[in-house]
Ligand binder design. Structure first.
Ligand code: NAD
Length: 367
């Protein structure tokens, strides 16, 4: 039986609370016997600072690198507001992303039928929605040089950011998107602004050539990023996989995410290169939300984003699509039964706790 090594970094605030529910799901799959998961826990974030004076220790960094995948909770909170910048809680997560070279961020936007009425869009526009935004995460205008504010000496200053992409960066994010589309609806929409940006001209050229050379069986279309933003809120079901750069991806993935309701529902994956030895990609899976200090310790956190992140891990890191499908169906089924944590409950609706939601999902998995 295949054995998979998971490094668990629950982090701060509600991180440990939602991670505990994902661990119940892992225990269930271990008991089922289709695959074996070995877990190791580590400290990342404020909890690591409290223990070691660093937001992640070298030992935990080593464990994260040695694992088949990292499952991450959330970090940060007011307790660490005054700690030095280089050891602030978020630095641990950034270090993980950087050292694992996680250049592809995947954010699904899935609308569970039971929650369709919770969206700000009309139910018929988002019912059955199932799209993924693939955002380039380590390049583009957030990292390009020069990046500075210069004094022009005439009472004026100039702020400069540089949007820059090389062919290899566009090709590798393109491959992630095309590979993903092959496992889904077989369609990729590539988005940039080639009408006004040179990096957009290159992005479109490279995507087109990559498609022709390596993925001719996948449908490729191009949409300008501003038009795509409009289409996302007009008729999002036209998309399957959207691939775009760091800046446009940052904005478009937040728009797509909120189509489906609460932050507590949104999983994500960050992927790196395929390891030549194992054939697996470096990967980190985490809910989109933060440590929610306002509700930490109250049992009110929704664990679905965390459990959904585990489902992504099963599918993308371990090729366990059948288990991932069953886990997502279990989430859909508890929602269809009307079970709600506070963040997804309508006014006056009864709510259940974090652990009751986790138990219900495991119960639905058991069938
Ligand atoms: P947040 O995502 O923690 O919370 C925003 C709001 O959403 C809060 O009202 C919170 O109660 C609610 N919420 C979030 N997750 C929820 C869940 N699973 N169930 C129910 N409700 C949920 O964002 P914030 O308040 O801006 O940040 C709080 C802390 O988290 C800060 O220290 C911030 O730096 C950190 N943060 C960390 C990450 C990360 O670890 N990846 C991401 C974002 C923010």
């Amino acid at each position: 039986m295949a054995t998979y090594k998971l490094f668990l970094a629950p982090g701060d605030g509600i991180g440990p609370e939602v991670m505990a529910e994902a661990e119940k799901v892992i225990a269930h799959f271990n008991a089922e016997g289709g695959a074996r998961f070995e877990t190791e826990r580590g400290l990342v974030g404020g909890c690591a600072y409290d223990a070691h004076g660093a937001s992640i220790s070298e030992a935990d960094m080593g464990r994260a690198k040695a694992a088949d995948a990292v499952l991450f909770g959330a970090v940060g909170g007011p307790k660490w507001a005054g700690v030095p910048y280089e050891v602030r809680p978020e630095a641990g997560l950034l270090r993980l992303r950087k050292d694992l070279a996680l250049y592809a961020n995947l954010r699904p936007a899935v609308c569970y039928p039971a929650l369709a009425s919770a969206s700000s869009l009309k139910a018929e526009v988002i019912e059955g929605l199932d799209i993924v935004i693939v955002r380039e995460l380590t390049g583009g205008v957030y990292f390009g040089e020069p990046k500075e504010i210069i004094d022009l000496g005439n009472g004026q200053k100039r702020g400069i950011d540089t949007q820059v992409y090389d062919t290899f960066e566009i090709e590798r994010i393109g491959r992630v998107a095309f590979d993903l589309a092959r496992k889904r609806g077989n369609k990729v929409t590539s988005s940039e602004k080639h009408n006004v940006m040179k990096s957009g001209v290159l992005w479109k050229e490279v995507m087109t050539a990559l498609h022709k050379r390596e993925f001719p069986d996948v449908t490729l279309e191009h949409q300008l990023a501003d038009a795509l933003g409009m289409q996302l809120v007009r008729w999002p079901k036209q998309f399957d996989v959207i691939v775009t750069d760091n800046l446009f991806g940052d904005m478009l993935s937040d728009v797509a995410a909120m189509l489906t309701g609460s932050l507590g529902m949104l999983p994500s994956a960050s992927l790196g290169d395929v390891d030549a030895k194992t054939g697996q990609r470096k990967a980190l899976y985490e809910p989109v939300h933060g440590s929610a200090p306002d509700i930490a310790g109250t049992g009110a956190a929704n664990p679905i984003a965390m459990i959904g992140s585990l489902a992504m891990c099963l599918r993308y890191s371990f090729g366990l699509g059948e288990q991932a499908d069953r886990l997502e169906a279990a989430i859909a089924s508890v929602l269809a039964q009307g079970l709600r944590t506070r963040d997804i409950a309508a006014a006056g609706e009864a709510t259940i706790s974090t652990s009751a939601m986790g138990n219900a999902i495991v119960g639905a998995l058991k069938g």
